[in-house]
Design a protein around this ligand. Structure first.
Ligand code: MTE
Length: 322
């Protein structure tokens, strides 16, 4: 059954900014020729944005190795244009409806094929993991993109702690099931609780990030507090929010979107400009935010992270395994 994503992705040729033009515009800005425009962007510095972020401040180091240098989207863009069906299906619903969501106490259950399963209070789960900031390029299957300064720690660090066995081929993640707090879960727009999965080598890739903050502060509820996943080479829907369980499993988990519409959303969900979504092209994307960049530009394979992740899929037909 088709549901959920609005069918607004009709692209006409005039929408498309050729990539060379996009790059040359960036070069012009960097060279100071677009000063007025650049002034608009530099006003959106990370420091200023961090001040408008509302959560408690976090202590972290910036990880330049895993960060892009593009200017991040504003805190406002990132925290008011959201997908979080537990709080409604419109982009503005999560920021309006998630404000009272309780993120403490919070427990995460880790189990399945591992030597050291456990049930941990979130703060104990976080303790051994120093936090870092990574500015990631994000890409939604609906063909829009943003640049987001997340704060978190590598998923691999957490996984190693629980000692998965050789039977662990995938990790399955689940979101809290609490229809009292999450009004969307009282309806059947999706099969609850929201479920996601990664193959073990994907989960161990250094880019896979457990996220607890944004712009240096604790995650806003609408962005997935208190704990969410970010896999920047995949579509945003893999970034499951409000995680309460991780389970190491032998068989590929049935993920929420794949269950909802298997012909539209595959398990791998790798950003692939060469494979159209059944209802829209994936070849280009619209960058949300500053009007300067809020234009279509070509989608990059693996969202620009091919060097780090393409080898995970060697030998796989990515049209079949989408
Ligand atoms: N996680 C849960 N639990 N429920 C959801 O509806 N939506 C996904 C993902 N994680 C979703 C979720 C989708 S479709 C996207 S694009 C991203 O969250 C959006 O993350 P953002 O709102 O922080 O940009």
């Amino acid at each position: 059954m088709r549901r959920a994503w609005p069918d607004t992705m009709k692209i006409v040729p005039s929408d498309i900014t050729p990539y060379e033009k996009y790059l040359s515009r960036r070069t012009l800005l960097a060279g100071g020729l677009g000063l007025a425009a650049a002034a608009g962007l530099s006003g959106l510095t990370r420091t200023a944005q961090a001040q408008t972020a509302t959560g408690a401040a976090l202590t972290y180091t910036h990880n330049a190795e895993y960060s892009v240098t593009d200017p991040p989207n504003s805190f406002k863009d990132i925290s008011t244009y959201n997908n979080y069906y537990e709080f409604g299906t419109d982009k503005s619903d999560p920021s309006e409806n998630a404000q009272k969501f309780q993120t403490r106490p919070w427990t995460v259950v880790i189990g399945g094929e591992c030597e050291a399963p456990g049930t941990l209070a979130l703060d104990d789960l976080l303790k051994p993991h120093p936090l870092e900031e990574r500015i990631y390029r994000m890409r939604c299957v609906e063909a829009w993109s943003m640049i987001v300064p997340w704060v978190g720690f590598p998923l691999a660090d957490l996984i190693k702690r629980f000692k998965p066995t050789s039977k662990a081929k995938y990790v399955e993640f689940k979101t809290l099931m609490d229809p009292k707090q999450m009004p969307g879960e009282r309806g059947s727009v999706l099969d609850w609780p929201y479920t996601e999965g990664l193959r073990m080598d994907e989960a161990m890739n250094p880019l896979a990030f457990m996220t607890v903050g944004l712009y240096g502060k604790v995650l806003p509820n609408q962005n997935g507090a208190p704990l969410r996943l970010i896999t920047p080479w995949k579509y945003g829907f893999k970034g499951i929010k409000a995680i309460v369980s991780l389970r190491f499993v032998e068989r590929m988990p049935v993920t929420t979107w794949a269950k909802s519409a298997p012909s539209e959303y595959g398990f791998y969900a790798n950003v692939n400009p060469a494979v159209d979504h059944p209802r829209w092209s994936q070849a280009t994307e619209r960058h949300i935010g500053s009007s300067l960049f809020d234009q279509r530009r070509p989608t990059l394979p693996f969202n620009g992270y091919a060097n780090q992740v393409a080898s995970l899929y060697t030998g796989m037909d990515l049209k079949t395994y989408f």
